[in-house]
Design a protein around this ligand. Structure first.
Ligand code: PLP
Length: 397
């Protein structure tokens, strides 16, 4: 082919979580009994009360383009949600909805980043952050965390990094965290926020796992720390995870009016708007409650307790108890350093998939090789069998 591919496209790697998951699905389609811990989506159906609202929207012929930022009724429902859940006062004009939180993040990055701006990202990180930062020609700067720091950055680490950079622009904070399950408490957030205010760093706070949280932990939005912090924060959220709505595609952002308006204008030239039926369904999702969100949360909690207990029974595997989201992130470094055949987490996951038919995601997908990620958005039966296969695979290395 004589057409040159852009530097942007060349720099983007495929999403490793989707790659594992589609390989596992292909093996399943070929009749192989694979236990798939790769997918980051609830295994539950979207609750009926939400589906009903979408069907009604279709029957009412609510099927046309909407305002790019989203219908007013939805932005009002989101504004009420922020007040009720997070004690945040966002007006509808400070909110815009996108086709998934993934799209919300890149729209915001496009609105604020110039080429060579630096965006700080705690590591391990959700796979798309670094690629999205690169797509807007900005530079991802990783802030390492590990099990002994409870997978959280601290204020000093953040400030030292900011002081070492030429164009520090933003911090992407994700709590509850994918892949580690870390949840930042109010004290952590106050200290981080203080540094960001001092150095005028935009906080992009991805709170998509807000409602999937355990052990009576409380989700605090960093934007609620003070008005000063709110003025430098964009909150990202969405319905994919808590409401089991991954395929509907709706995420939202709230923040300083100018950033939101600019990001919304960018969206008006790309995807236009979220599909109209989903918007109506999400008005209902956020305004009503049939108890199913709590049932899903409790089910995830039981699975987490079981999976983490079983993982910690395996020789030389250490797994901390995640406080939120639906992932376990065990340390498997012993098996990388004490083995001739397996050199990194990718090779370990390939071996486990090929020889033990269990699909998990290599830690390197999240920026750290000493771990692997299990999604426990999976039946208890599968978790039991899958963790057994994982243990056998490690034992027989
Ligand atoms: C931390 C985090 N943010 C955002 C998303 C994207 O969610 P959505 O389906 O709303 O695009 C995901 C999905 O895996 C995620 O884990």
């Amino acid at each position: 082919m004589s057409i040159k591919i852009s530097h942007r496209a060349k720099a983007i790697k495929p999403s490793p979580t989707l790659t594992v998951s589609s390989l596992a699905k292909k093996m399943q389609a070929d009749g192989i009994d694979v236990i798939n811990f790769g997918v980051g989506e609830p295994d539950f159906n979207t609750p009926d009360y939400i589906k009903k609202a979408a069907k009604k929207a279709i029957d009412d012929n609510f099927t046309k383009y909407t305002a790019s930022a989203g219908i007013l009724e939805l932005r009002e429902a989101i504004s009420l949600k922020f007040k009720k859940d997070n004690n945040l006062n966002y007006q509808p004009e400070d909110i815009f909805v996108s086709p998934g939180a993934k799209a919300s993040v890149i729209n915001i990055l496009m609105a604020v980043c110039d080429p060579r701006d630096e965006v700080l990202i705690p590591c391990p990180y959700w796979v798309s952050y670094t690629s999205q930062v690169e797509m807007v020609d900005a530079i991802p700067v990783l802030l390492p965390t590990n099990m002994s720091s409870n997978f959280k950055i601290n204020a000093k680490q953040l400030e030292d990094a900011i002081l070492s950079l030429s164009n520090p622009k933003a911090l992407i904070l994700n709590s509850p965290n994918n892949p580690t399950g870390a949840v930042y408490n109010k004290k952590d957030l106050e200290k981080i926020a203080e540094v960001c205010v001092k150095h005028n760093i935009l906080i992009i706070s991805d709170e998509i796992y807000e409602k999937i949280i355990y052990d009576n932990e409380q989700h605090i939005s960093i934007a609620s720390i003070s008005n000063e912090v709110c003025e430098i924060t964009v909150v990202i959220n969405g319905v994919s995870k808590a409401y089991a709505m991954t395929g509907w595609r709706l995420g939202y952002s709230a923040g300083p009016t100018e950033i939101i308006q600019r990001a919304s204008r960018i969206q008006s030239h790309t995807t236009s708007c979220v599909n109209s039926m989903t918007q109506k369904a999400v008005v209902t999702a956020l305004s009503e409650d049939d108890g199913s969100i709590e049932i899903m949360r409790k089910t995830f909690e039981k699975r987490r307790n079981f999976l983490v207990k079983e993982l910690n029974k395996i020789n030389n595997v250490k797994c901390s108890l995640p406080k939120g989201a639906f992932y376990a992130f065990p340390n498997i470094s012993y098996y990388l350093h004490n083995n001739k055949n397996i050199k990194n987490s990718v090779e370990l996951c390939q071996y486990l998939l090929n020889d033990y038919q269990v699909a998990i995601v290599p830690g390197s997908a999240f920026g750290t090789d000493n771990y692997v990620r299990f999604s426990y958005a999976n039946s208890m039966e599968n978790i039991k069998e899958g963790v057994k296969r994982f243990a056998d695979g490690l034992k027989n290395l």
